[in-house]
Design a protein around this ligand. Sequence first.
Ligand code: IPD
Length: 273
Amino acid sequence: MENLDEILKFGKALAEKAGEEIKAAFLQEKKIETKAGCADLVTETDKKVECMIIDEIKKTYPHHQFIGEESVAGGLKCNLTDAPTWIVDPVDGTTNFVHRYPYVAVCLGFCVNKIPVLGVVYNAISGEMFAAIKGKGAFCNERKIQVSKETDLKKSLIMAEFGSARDPERLDFVLNNLRSIISTPVHSIHCMGSAALNICAVASGQAEAYVEFGIHCWDYCAASVILEEAGGLALDTTCTPLDLMARRILAACNMDIAQGLSSRLTHIELPRD
Ligand code: IPD
């Protein structure tokens, strides 16, 4: 039996330590490489921070497993089992990090029996620490957070992203969905560059929903716990239960908003994580 209160304390301290590295490198020149495409970026800080996080987890919890964005990019299998498993994104919002745009987060999700039970999302630049344990509420810097009560999609602020794919077919798909959402009409669509912080914005009542196809489990695992604990819904884009490996999410403040948004989207299947 895992002691989730202890693990949360550990996770928050670890996120702060990772955040120090990110802050120290934030305004510096960065060594930038690309991964799956020209807009899928990685820096030496992403790699260094992930190594540090995984070393610390191994030292403190040798029986825990982990899935990390840069480890998977380096060839490790993305294998979620029933074992206690950390799902780590060292820098969510790498493009923001590269451009010194202060919307960058360390994400530490923790799953037991393949179910996300704890999440920490730390905006290293603003110092906002979002955290939740399943069944115990969601907090930002110890302040309880709650989703918006809006049920009218037309009065909603929607978060979305272009993602990192740049092939014409995929761009058509993304742009058609954005066009369909904005012409609802909604109040606006914001593309801020961090999936995890977008989900935390919905959890905090700052936006009504967020949708993206093509993200990865490390982008949404931690934040999905925070959203659900703030009273929101972390769903598949079709409004069915969230599939951590399906690479698509619809995060919403309630089912009216989720269904309204889902019905305006075209849905695609993606290669699984
Ligand atoms: C990315 C960000 C971005 C989203 C991409 C993600 P990364 O994560 O969350 O907002 O649109 O799909 O891959 O690469 O910065 O960790």
